[in-house]
Design a protein around this ligand. Sequence first.
Ligand code: GLN
Length: 305
Amino acid sequence: MENYQKIINSIYSNLKNVTDTGKVADYIPELGNISPDNFGVNITTIDKKSFGVGDFNKKFSIQSISKILTLTLAYQLEGETLWKRVDVEPSGNPFNSLLQLEADLGIPRNPFINAGAIVVCDVLISHLQNPKDEFLAFCREISNNNELKYNEKVAQSEKKTGYRNIAMCNFIKSFGNIKNDIEDVLDFYFYTCSLEMTCQELSQIFLFLANDDFITQRGKRVLTMSQAKRINAILLTCGFYDESGEFAFRVGLPGKSGVGGGIVAIHPDEFCITVWSPKLNKKGNSYKGMLFLEQFTTATASSIF
Ligand code: GLN
């Protein structure tokens, strides 16, 4: 096995003092209070060996990375009919764009842009009695980690300022692709985005996408092999919005970013890796996170290509 600790330490120290041209997301006011200097990395292998460097044990808001978790639970509950409500095509547009919804009659291009995740939240509300509690219980179960929590302040902060998401949810409802009450769907969506995790927790929770044989502590599979393969495929093509091509080109792994500055990348059959650095590039993806992962897959020859 590669000496992961040595490799991540060395890339980390190369990048630590590199000038970061990114900006912390402050359109959610509470995220603007995070120190831009946080920088952490953690890798967990499918045999559960974990290697971390920097701020890998500090909690942060996972934001859009939660879209993988809501999709996973919705796919588990709804099965293939889910794809009638949300497509699996790259959007080539920013994560919060409303542009294509008009032409596409309220069917979001994929589950990893805001529009798609909002529809997925609606699907979950139709299946669950108490969506916030049951979704959190699902995350705790698949990661065997009872420490996971929503960040109330972040959820409320986004709720107060989430004008585009509110517009989007109403717009989709006008096409009939939101079945539940707008207020309930948005409240649930904002809470899922506010989930907090450390780099280490994040690289552990996604092992079910890296390991075909993954079962939870209670002996249950999370997804079938075919479903996990499909989620990885959508991550590769859509995980970074209109920078998904660039991420595949530079890093070459399925992955997902969030405006909290986290990026998760998955190497099927080998590992999950998380990088956290809050300053974002113009596409809303962590500037140093992308750089780190590019250097990491180069140093370890671990792109899937
Ligand atoms: N909560 C954020 C939003 O809806 C998530 C976006 C992201 O992380 N890209 O704007």
